[in-house]
Design a protein around this ligand. Structure first.
Ligand SMILES: [Zn+2]
Length: 173
């Protein structure tokens, strides 16, 4: 039997929520970009989660995950982003005391929604397209609205998983 988990082996809140955002992203069917978002309130309670996907319940065979070609034939006009879904799924209407953990830097469309809901802090994991205009516009919104926007240091993710490997349930290999 493994020892009890000590305080030292506890996850921080930030590690916990970003870890959940990563796990949430695995629900996405997008073959090129799986994104997860978690909204957390001032009591560290999760109030919403989301990942990028087509409108729920839609016949997905009628759409494509293509990124190139005629705009109407790509995924872009039809996908709801992780942050937008997290807001839409939120159990609270007032998100003004909330922060967001998201696995990819936020685009301008989601930035508008997050700013409009009064969210004060956003932690993101990857910044794959820092020079693309939609991401520059997002930063502009955050700067002007004074929303804290920070890249999350997750270098020790594997260290965290490794730290807990003795505590997996016994039937998980
Ligand atoms: Zn977005």
């Amino acid at each position: 039997m493994p020892d009890k988990i000590t305080n030292k082996q506890n996850l921080s809140w930030d590690e916990y929520f970003m870890g959940l955002a990563i796990f949430t992203s695995f629900r996405s069917k997008d073959p090129s970009s799986k994104v997860g978002a978690v909204i957390v309130d001032e009591n560290n309670h999760i109030v919403g989660t989301g990942y990028n996907g087509f409108v729920a319940g839609i016949d997905e065979s009628k759409f494509s995950w293509d990124r190139e070609g005629d705009f109407l034939s790509t995924k872009y006009p039809y996908v709801v982003h992780a942050e937008a879904n997290a807001i839409l799924n939120s159990t609270k209407t007032d998100l003004s005391k909330c922060r967001v953990y998201v696995t990819l830097a936020t685009c301008n469309e989601c930035a508008k929604l997050l700013a409009q809901k009064g969210i004060k802090k956003i932690y993101y994991l990857l910044d794959k397209y820092p020079e693309v205009e939609t991401f520059l516009a997002a930063r502009r919104i955050f700067d002007i609205k004074k929303i804290e926007y920070k890249q999350f240091e997750m270098d020790n993710l594997y260290g965290i998983l490794d730290k807990f490997k003795n505590y997996y349930p016994e039937n998980i290999k």
